[in-house]
Design a protein around this ligand. Sequence first.
Ligand SMILES: NC(=O)c1ccc[n+]([C@@H]2O[C@H](COP(=O)([O-])OP(=O)(O)OC[C@H]3O[C@@H](n4cnc5c(N)ncnc54)[C@H](O)[C@@H]3O)[C@@H](O)[C@H]2O)c1
Length: 339
Amino acid sequence: MSDCRPGLPVFSMTLKRIAKMNESITWISRKVVIVGAGAVGSTFACALAMSGTADEIVLLDANRDLAQGQALDLAHGQPFFPPVQIREGGNADYADAHLIVLTAGAKQQSGESRLELLQRNALIVRDIVGEIVLQNSPAVLLVVTNPVDVLTYLARKQSAWPRGRVIGSGTVLDSARFRYLLSQHCGVDAHNVHAYMLGEHGDSEFPAWSLTHIAGVPIEQYCPRCAKCEDGKAVHGRIAEAVKRSAYHIIDYKGATNFAVGLALVRIAGAILRNEHSVLTVSTVLQGEYGLSDVSLGVPCIVSQQGVERILSVSLRRNEQDALAACADILRDAIARLG
Ligand SMILES: NC(=O)c1ccc[n+]([C@@H]2O[C@H](COP(=O)([O-])OP(=O)(O)OC[C@H]3O[C@@H](n4cnc5c(N)ncnc54)[C@H](O)[C@@H]3O)[C@@H](O)[C@H]2O)c1
């Protein structure tokens, strides 16, 4: 006897249709290849695994034992974070990666500026980008190795990929430091502080005060109402200087920076892997935006699965526009030294 309960035949037809649809869906795994399994690469790998954003994390390093050890160590944490494949890999892994994050290379020593790393790291980046191109990778390439803006420019030029697909971590970390210091000073949750450092990830970077607001209140209006500030201008100057000096202080204390940069990279990776269209100050090659060309630096960009989908041309104050142009001059000088 047939079951004549109302609704059941419709329900089983729907189930059949869903089963048929599932057969035709191909599972696309979000694969992230991290080149360089040192302090930055391994911290990023751990934070990425915990975020649940990637399905596969592959670690590569010139020191294969290090990559193998880091991958094993992290994989043993699998019961404590969302499922993700973690392993050491090789150049063939570039071929089907969604995102390649380049953290390989020398790091700053105490007192050394990022630009001083240029010649050493340019050779490394050239080699790695050459391999990535050979593998015909469809990935977005995210450069982290310093000096990040110059090396992003180099990687984009060498790959000849569309400019949006080769991006640098830019001033995403510096903007987080800026937001943290402002939040500490104002006694407000850092999530309610919206602020950007722009330009070079390095000594010439600057805060865009014209874009800074706390819960929608522009900083110029917020400061006079806040009893904490007697001399807002002096405080602003001190905060901007503290942001610029952050890496130097941390490197003096412990030899490297890794936690905040690892988290900044998860933020950028998430925007790409989840197609978020997030506004982030990644480093991107300018072609006339802000009146600047032939240089890569940190400006607000819309970041999605294609990498930089669009550069936001926000109107800056005259002194901010001048500061951006000064960053561009310094970076173009460094690019010229690459020969
Ligand atoms: N952009 C940023 O915001 C930011 C922040 C912090 C550090 N960094 C930069 O990131 C880079 C890495 O820093 P770290 O502290 O992880 O250094 P690290 O020395 O701990 O690790 C670097 C790793 O790169 C590997 N490596 C070197 N050449 C390689 C090659 N050709 N192929 C594959 N692997 C190679 C080394 O074996 C090493 O394990 C440095 O250039 C540093 O200045 C950038």
